[in-house]
Write a protein that binds this ligand. Structure first.
Ligand code: PLP
Length: 365
């Protein structure tokens, strides 16, 4: 049965995250039409703030897609890949695999670079397979394993070979510095419900000039009409109708993004580190250990912890849920092996983790 939606809930999942209070308030604003001048003004501010969040140049086109992070992923392949293109996908977890699946569906010949679960992609493995590659795709922070992939080094290799670089920034952009222009990223996307703590349903994207040039050189139209790059520009830049954008979600994202930029990426990064270290120290005596062995491979925003021997994963999480605390287990190959504690947006606060520790002390004795 659906419970009272107004009950206080402690959401420690690796997305969605609790909605930022300023975003929650923005959801109360009255409805306006998607072609209203005020909405176009709001959208222009969102575009500028997204450029700041992604660390791009003034000419980089930014927009919100009306869908979740996966639509951001799909739009990149739909617009930038054509039948027979060679696409190298770094796949060291579930979301890298999703990228490979999507790229193949849009006609790419996919080359996979993998790594053992819990380890980052080795840039040398990427360099070894670059001959003839038109696009490299990588997940910056692999949520399924808590691994951070070395995007700056992979970007350098892509550039040296004249390939485009698509980066899944779902667990990173908005919570720590992301340097799209400096690194040489061509297409980046995230989901509103992750580091920004806005409601799910929007995918903020950034498209470099090089990616736009690739789009304009297509032999065939983009098969995904809804997210066609020029279709998006019709609405976001030329202010003509393309589709009815969810303006209420735009209000909320605008407020959450402003709050993130006001706090500053370095402060947000420090907050993640502070809470992350405290929760690891608190869980260590219970037998939780880091799943990702090399410290430099650890994704700060999703703490992957190996469960103690004999730990009743499902039972404990069920008992926590009865106390209004949501904790996420492993995904795919890591199911039953790890917990994945979110440290994105409003989740990276001491209070919700104190609530977890109090409940665990009570449950485990
Ligand atoms: N990429 C990564 C790294 C993710 O963590 C997720 C969701 O957890 C996605 C893509 C897909 O996003 P969504 O579930 O919003 O479609």
């Amino acid at each position: 049965m659906f419970e009272d939606p107004y009950t206080e809930h402690v959401l420690l999942t690796p997305g969605p995250t609790p909605i930022h209070p300023r975003a929650q308030q923005a959801l109360m604003r009255p409805m306006l039409g998607h072609m209203d001048p005020e909405i176009f003004a709001l959208n222009t501010e969102i575009q500028a703030d997204l450029r700041a969040m992604y660390g791009t140049t003034d000419t980089t086109f930014t927009a919100l897609l009306a869908g979740t992070g996966s639509l951001g992923m799909e739009a990149g392949f739909a617009n930038l890949v054509e039948n027979g293109d060679e696409v190298l996908v770094c796949a060291n977890g579930s979301f890298g695999q999703r990228m490979a699946d999507m790229a193949a569906r849009y006609g790419a010949n996919v080359r996979l670079v993998t790594a053992p679960l819990g380890e980052a992609i080795n840039p040398e493995d990427v360099a070894a397979q670059m001959n003839g590659v038109q696009m490299v795709a990588v997940v910056h922070g692999e949520t399924s394993t808590g691994v951070l992939n070395p995007v700056p080094q992979i970007a350098q290799i892509a550039r040296q070979h004249g390939a485009l670089l698509t980066v899944d920034a779902v667990t990173t952009a908005g919570m720590e510095p992301f340097h799209m222009a400096e690194w040489g990223v061509d297409y980046a996307y995230t989901g509103a419900q992750k580091c920004l703590s806005a409601p799910p349903g929007l995918a903020p994207v950034a498209i470099s000039d090089r990616a736009m040039a690739r789009y304009h050189a297509r032999r065939t139209p983009t098969p995904l009409w809804y997210c066609d790059f020029e279709g998006l520009r019709d609405y976001w830049e030329r202010h003509t109708y393309h589709h009815t954008v969810p303006v209420n979600l735009h209000y909320a994202l605008h407020a959450a993004l402003r709050a993130a930029l006001d706090e500053g990426m370095l402060n947000r990064k420090a907050r993640v580190q502070h809470v992350g270290q405290a929760i690891q120290a608190a869980l260590a005596p219970l037998g939780f250990t880091p799943y990702v062995l090399r410290p430099e491979d650890r994704l700060p925003t999703v703490l992957a912890l190996r469960l103690p021997d004999g730990f009743d994963d499902a039972g404990v999480r069920r008992a926590l849920r009865q106390r209004q605390i949501s904790v996420t287990g492993g995904l795919g190959a890591t199911a039953g092996l790890i917990w994945r504690l979110g440290l994105m947006g409003e989740t990276a606060r001491p209070a919700p983790y104190r609530a977890l520790m109090d409940a665990l002390e009570d449950l485990l004795g």
